[in-house]
Design a protein around this ligand. Sequence first.
Ligand SMILES: N[C@@H](CCC(=O)N[C@@H](CS)C(=O)NCC(=O)O)C(=O)O
Length: 229
Amino acid sequence: MITFYYHPSPNPAKVALYLEEAELPYEFAPVDTRQGDQHAPAFTAINPNAKTPALVDGDITVFDSTAILLYLAEKTGKFMPKNTPAERATMYSWLMFVATGIGPYSGQCVHFRHFAPEPKTYAVNRYDFEAWRHWNLVEAQLAKHRYMLGDAYTLVDMAVWGWARVVPFVLGGAEAWEKLPNVKRLLDEVNARPAAQRAEALKTRHAFKTEMDDAARKAMFPQNARLAG
Ligand SMILES: N[C@@H](CCC(=O)N[C@@H](CS)C(=O)NCC(=O)O)C(=O)O
């Protein structure tokens, strides 16, 4: 049986969607990052990086959303492109683009736009610019193809969906959709899938802390302790 370590945020959402799409049974293990659960030794034994998601499958442990997506896709054979060098090369390219570009730049854009103390003009400008640059590349790909890899819905679309759900929060408001109509089209299509609705409903299975108070900031932004004096 799979145990899925989850918090209602973009990277775990990708994995929630895959598990639901592939109809894999799993036990739900909430990790309340605003309460500091990610730093508990029992969790860092599973994910030394102290972040969600993580997954335990029998005696196998896998952490980091992209690694988990690939693990599950190799395990089930579902939502993978054809096993040709060309198709796999395209898949790895876009999957890693989401992992190393969309995720980190969107995440930092959220951090500086919504949570960092002033002065932050330089940082907001840099991360907003880079987040837009990355999302515009996804937009261009989806303007050419129905899905990220062409005609078939794959794990790459699930990786994009995790972050597309929060584009207005990342890019400064719902008007961002006017410049990303094809990303919005994919988001709406995936949102309409029963698996996506089950994945979204996971957040109601635990009373996750929503306040970003001092305790939450201490758990999530440990770097601030170095500024305290
Ligand atoms: N590269 C990692 C990033 C994981 C990550 O940043 N997870 C966030 C939620 S989206 C988290 O758990 N944050 C808690 C923290 O930073 O303390 C992945 O893709 O899984």
